[in-house]
Design a binder for this molecule. Structure first.
Ligand SMILES: Nc1nc2c(c(=O)[nH]1)N[C@H]1C(S)=C(S)[C@@H](COP(=O)(O)O)O[C@H]1N2
Ligand SMILES: [Mo]
Length: 530
């Protein structure tokens, strides 16, 4: 009930959710191995799983506290107060929520816990007094159950014990039901309260007529032209060439999406530089802005999975930032740090190579970066998996040596270097689907940023590799769509795809799991025709 009450208050007032705050604390405190285990067990549902674990543990501890309280109320009560203190401390760690609101919410939650505990134990108490030698007139205790209590006196002593117990159990079940309703309402309010970007993006400069028309970002110095007709394919059901912001996969370690106030946010450039720099949001937007399509992917993406997306990113060139700061000789690593403590690291040589343009990104598909995707600024580095490059809610770019710093995921067993492996995916037809015989399309996407995709081949039922047509690559940093027309004959069919990258290397069929450096293998599906 305490958790439910605190969720409702959080939903109604904007106070931090204690459940989420405690979950966040658990994430930070738990041993690295456990975190890895949660992610591998629950994948992108790891946060839901964590919330449920926190609730389950709380329920078990509360049950013990309840038993203690039935002997000595203050002992059980103290457990709930201790809970409240932990929750208040956890909530205070969560930027940008007010610690006072967190404390208040915790106090109310503890209050709710103690009141419910008192009431429930109050229902149980007459049973224990009856067990004692002299119940006397006390059996007719006051309360809404007055009338119902009357027959109890008429029963034999053994049966008389049952009614208070039953009443206690009914009240407990009622409390549980109430908690689910109250907590569910709070959760629903919380989920509705933070649609992507809305909270934070209003502080961006007013529209100045971006190329897209409805942009509220400043105009890039070098805007990209609209996509040409051959840069995307028209195939029913194919994955769009540009991933809409709300469809873009989302991966991060925190339970909470940081909602950053750009009035106080700063980006620091530190470490092995001649001139340490600090940018405000306005200063960053005042630099020449560029835009480019880049496909980013998560190293955890399994073959055929969708932790990959392609967006038009607007931002400042990392090279401009690094040049302004003056990178010192021997600074072999660029480390990106987030306000939430997350870190990445990639070679300075990767960042400075002429063939790619890493960016400090402020816009995604010509909208201000959504909060979930790193508002106000993030790194996008063509060709590297997100875990070594794409720091969201960026607060610091540190120049250091490759040896001096390991990014967040490196000590957890993931590879220090994270170039995105060549992958291809069949989206049409869907795996396991039943199709009518006749003309059909086999289609999907293929990516090898930033080597580029130069060809896609499809093999049906283990036959010859057939060349698919591909969309004209927007750039080497992006994925392509591909299609192979197919006259589907009745029967069971397997379909397999492979891509060739810009170096001429054909995507390997040797399967590996995502850890430590990305999944390998061909995406293979099967369908029934006829
Ligand atoms: N601050 C922060 N940035 C982060 C992460 C994170 O956990 N915290 N996850 C990284 C990983 S593993 C990936 S794959 C990309 C995902 O970016 P997206 O959520 O915008 O798709 O963000 C990267 N940036
Ligand atoms: Mo990732």
């Amino acid at each position: 009930m305490a958790i439910a009450a605190s969720e409702l208050i959080a939903g109604l007032t904007g106070a931090p959710s204690l459940l989420v705050a405690v979950g966040d604390l658990v994430i930070d405190l738990q041993p690295p191995g456990a975190k890895d285990l949660m992610v591998s067990l629950f994948g992108t549902n790891d946060k839901l799983a964590l919330n449920l674990v926190v609730v389950a543990v709380a329920v078990v501890i509360s049950a013990v506290a309840g038993v203690l309280a039935s002997r000595r109320f203050w002992v059980g009560g103290a457990v709930f107060v201790a809970f409240g203190i932990v929750a208040a401390v956890a909530a205070a760690r969560v930027p940008p929520a007010s610690p006072l609101l967190g404390l208040l919410n915790a106090a109310i939650a503890v209050g709710a816990a103690l009141v419910v505990l008192r009431l429930l134990l109050g229902l149980k108490r007459p049973a224990t007094t009856e067990l004692g030698a002299a119940p006397g007139p006390a059996t007719a205790e006051p309360g809404p159950t007055d009338g119902a209590a009357a027959p109890v006196d008429a029963r034999p002593a053994a049966a008389a014990l049952d009614w208070p117990r039953r009443r206690f159990l009914i009240a407990t079940a009622g409390t549980l039901g109430g908690a689910i309703v109250v907590g569910g309402a709070g959760r629903a309010l919380l989920d509705a309260a933070h649609p992507e970007g809305v909270v934070t993006s209003s502080k961006l400069p007013a529209a100045v007529g971006g190329i897209g028309g409805s942009s509220s970002l400043p105009v890039p110095a070098a805007g990209v032209p609209p996509l040409t007709a051959d840069e995307s394919l028209q195939v029913p059901g194919i994955t769009p060439i540009v991933t809409a912001n709300q469809d873009f996969y989302k991966i991060d370690t925190g339970l909470l999406t940081p909602h950053i106030d750009v009035a106080t946010w700063k980006l620091h450039v530190t470490g092995m530089v001649d001139h340490p720099l600090t940018f405000t949001y306005d200063e960053l937007l005042g630099m020449p802005l560029y835009e480019q399509y880049v496909t980013i992917a998560c190293v955890s993406n399994r073959v055929g999975d969708n932790l990959v997306g392609n967006a038009l990113w607007t931002g400042v060139l990392l090279k401009d930032v690094l040049q302004a700061a003056g990178v010192q000789a021997g600074a072999t690593q660029v480390v990106g740090r987030s306000v939430d403590g997350f870190t990445v690291g990639f070679p300075t040589s990767w960042a400075l190579a002429p063939e790619r343009e890493p960016m400090v990104v402020v816009g995604m598909n010509r909208e201000p970066l959504p909060a979930a995707h790193g508002f106000p600024a993030r790194l996008i580095v063509p060709g590297l998996y997100g875990y070594v490059s794409a720091t969201k809610w960026l607060s610091e770019i540190q120049l250091t040596t490759r040896e001096a710093v390991d990014g967040y995921w490196i000590p957890l067993g993931w590879a220090k270097d994270g170039p995105i492996l060549t992958q291809s995916r069949i989206d049409v037809p869907e795996n396991g689907k039943h199709l009518a015989a006749g003309p059909a399309s086999i289609a999907g996407v293929a990516f090898a940023p930033d080597r580029g995709v130069t060809g896609v081949e499809v093999r049906i039922d283990g036959g010859d590799w057939q060349k698919a047509r591909t969309s004209q690559p927007i750039s080497k940093a992006t994925w392509v769509q591909w299609e192979l027309p197919w006259s589907a004959a009745a029967g069971h069919h397997t379909i397999e795809v492979r891509a060739t990258d810009g170096t001429g290397t054909v995507q390997t069929d040797q399967v590996t799991s995502p850890a430590p450096d990305g999944a390998r293998g061909h995406h293979t599906i099967s369908v029934d025709v006829g």
